[in-house]
Design a protein around this ligand. Structure first.
Ligand code: RP5
Length: 164
């Protein structure tokens, strides 16, 4: 039985450029994940089968990335009580503002936690999933502490350029 703890889903393979940043964080922290391109409107039945299957196999949360009229995260949240982290994908005409508003404006009752548009939001969704899992996993919590400490060190060591 596959024990992927995080389901990473995106509406299209074209979302992978952004969604790989969430996957990268999970991989770097050693968190097992499964990533799929499944659409709420193009492959709704397949999406629902996968959500049910992931839940049965012990997933602890989902990260959903989509662009445009980005209803994917809301549909995932409608089908599971596991936490759903939403990543708005930058879209061609509205640069992801449409995706952000579709996700962040979920009506009362079915929440999704919405992150920033694009790469930073995707990486942060990955880090947030790590953070949730670290609540019940000491080794993972220590890795997260070490990551934060290393990040702080690199800011401390940074030097601004001298003016000529
Ligand atoms: C959404 O439509 C996807 O999440 C993607 O961001 C967007 C465009 O999809 P493609 O036309 O590139 O497949 O469903």
């Amino acid at each position: 039985m596959n024990t992927a703890l995080v389901g990473v889903v995106m509406g299209s393979t074209s979302d992978w450029d952004v969604m790989q940043h969430a996957a990268r964080q999970l991989k770097d922290f050693g968190v097992a994940y499964e990533a799929r391109a499944l659409s709420a409107h193009r492959t709704p039945d397949l999406l629902i089968e996968w959500i049910d299957d992931m839940t049965r196999r012990g997933a602890r949360c989902f990260i959903a990335g989509a662009g445009g009229a980005a209803h994917l995260a809301g549909v995932v949240a409608a089908k599971t009580t596991l936490p759903v982290l939403a990543v708005p994908i930058p879209s061609k005409h509205l640069q992801g503002l449409d995706s952000l508003l579709s996700m962040v404006q979920m009506p009362k009752g079915i929440p999704v936690a919405t992150f920033a548009i694009g790469d930073a939001g995707s990486a942060n969704a990955g880090l947030f999933a790590v953070s949730m899992l670290a609540m019940t996993d000491n080794a993972l919590a220590q890795k997260l502490q070490a990551f934060r400490a290393k990040q702080a060190e690199s800011v401390k060591a940074a030097r601004l350029p001298e003016l000529s």
